[in-house]
Design a protein around this ligand. Structure first.
Ligand code: SF4
Ligand code: SF4
Length: 177
């Protein structure tokens, strides 16, 4: 009796219900064949790496941890318009807007800025829509090449401005440009 199996690729595989030969019954050739495959893998290039000592090359379109940018004078670019939060399908971004006061022109580029800006990294799916939505080029995932580090507590995955805003030195050195 033969059973016809149709694969998703459209190719047919015929399965024949035949009597096993002596060598098939003792399984020894099949065991040796399996061992040869295993031994061959010892000499192949390993697919795994010793992370974190070794790190893979990032793809040019890799999306890592978000960074909130400063301009070339070290001022925060974000104007707390909320477009990134609005475009986020995971509702991972929250912020509180504040008005820039006199004397704070060196800190914030626009008249309005985010006094609180938080991203819940457990919710984020790294889709990059926040980056695309930003009219001020203030938030980037593609430039950072940073990894969101594993932690044990859920609260540690709420990234605030202390973790997101790049340093003035990095901004002046145009590290993320
Ligand atoms: S990358 Fe996507 S999911 Fe993550 S914060 Fe941005 S818009 Fe939301
Ligand atoms: S990061 Fe960009 S889109 Fe989000 S609030 Fe700031 S300026 Fe607006």
């Amino acid at each position: 009796m033969s059973i016809e199996k149709i694969s998703l690729s459209g190719r047919k595989t015929e399965v024949v219900d035949k009597t096993m030969t002596f060598s098939e019954k003792i399984y020894l050739p099949a065991v040796v064949k399996g061992l040869i495959i295993t031994i061959k893998h010892f000499f192949k290039k390993k697919a795994t790496i010793q992370y974190p000592e070794q790190q893979r090359e990032f793809s040019p379109v890799y999306r890592g941890q978000h960074v909130l940018m400063r301009d070339e004078h070290g001022r925060e670019r974000c104007t707390a318009c909320g477009l990134c939060a609005l475009s986020c399908p995971a509702e991972a971004i929250t912020m509180v807007a504040a008005e820039r006061k006199k004397g704070e022109e060196d800190l914030y580029r626009e008249e309005k800025y985010a006094s609180v800006y938080e991203i819940n990294m457990l919710r984020c799916i790294f889709c990059g829509l926040c980056e695309e939505a930003c009219p001020k080029e203030a938030i980037f995932l593609t430039k950072s090449k940073l990894l969101v580090k594993p932690k044990l507590e859920r609260e540690d995955f709420i990234y605030g401005k202390d973790k997101l805003v790049i340093s003035v030195e990095d901004a002046k050195a145009r590290k993320y440009d």
